[in-house]
Design a protein around this ligand. Structure first.
Ligand code: DGP
Length: 142
C-alpha cells in the first residue's frame, strides 16, 4: 500500500516544519493553518484512525500533545486552544493517518476554526439514555 503523506514526512521523504520529534511521533505545523501556530501531532507508524490506535502509542501521543500545547500557549498566548482529531471522511478526515490538530484560538488575531456545536434536538427519555449508556458499556473492551 502506498505511504500516506504523514508517513513520508515522518520518514524525511517530504519536507515539513518540524517542531518536535522522537522515536514514536512527530509534530509539525499544518500546511494549511487555521490560525498562527496550528500544529499536528502524528505517530510515525501508519495508524489510520482512533479505532486502530494502540494504548502505548496513544499514551505517548497524549504526552506529546500536552507538551506541544504548552509550548504553543507559552509562545503565542492564545485565548484558547482546541485539540481536534477527525475519524472518517464524514468527520472531515482527509489524511488517513491519525493526527491530532492543536489549534490555538485568538480573539483578536485570525481564527479560521468555525466550530459548530449544537445540542441534539431529539429529546430522549431516561430509559432511552440508560439504554444508550448500557449499549456503549457492553461494547467496551475489558
Ligand atoms: P484532516 O482534515 O483532519 O485529515 O486534516 C489534515 C490536515 O493536514 C489539514 O489541516 C492539512 C494538513 N496537511 C495536508 N497535507 C499536508 C502536508 O503535506 N504537510 C503539512 N504540514 N500538512 C498537511
Amino acid at each position: 500500500m502506498s505511504k500516506t503523506i504523514f508517513e513520508q514526512i515522518a520518514a524525511g521523504d517530504i519536507p515539513a516544519n518540524i517542531v518536535y520529534e522522537d522515536e514514536v511521533c512527530i509534530a509539525f505545523t499544518d500546511a494549511f493553518p487555521l490560525s498562527k501556530g496550528h500544529t499536528l501531532v502524528v505517530p510515525r507508524k501508519p495508524v489510520e484512525n482512533i479505532y486502530d490506535l494502540d494504548e502505548e502509542t496513544g499514551a505517548h501521543l497524549m504526552k506529546t500533545i500536552t507538551n506541544v500545547a504548552n509550548a504553543i500557549r507559552d509562545a503565542f498566548s492564545p485565548d484558547g486552544l482546541n485539540v481536534v482529531q477527525n475519524n472518517g471522511s464524514y468527520a472531515s478526515q482527509s489524511v488517513f493517518h491519525i493526527h491530532f490538530h492543536l489549534i490555538p484560538r485568538y480573539k483578536d488575531g485570525y481564527d479560521g476554526f468555525g466550530y459548530q456545536w449544537e445540542q441534539d434536538p431529539n429529546e430522549r427519555t431516561d430509559a432511552e439514555k440508560s439504554e444508550i449508556e448500557n449499549t456503549i458499556r457492553t461494547h467496551l473492551n475489558a
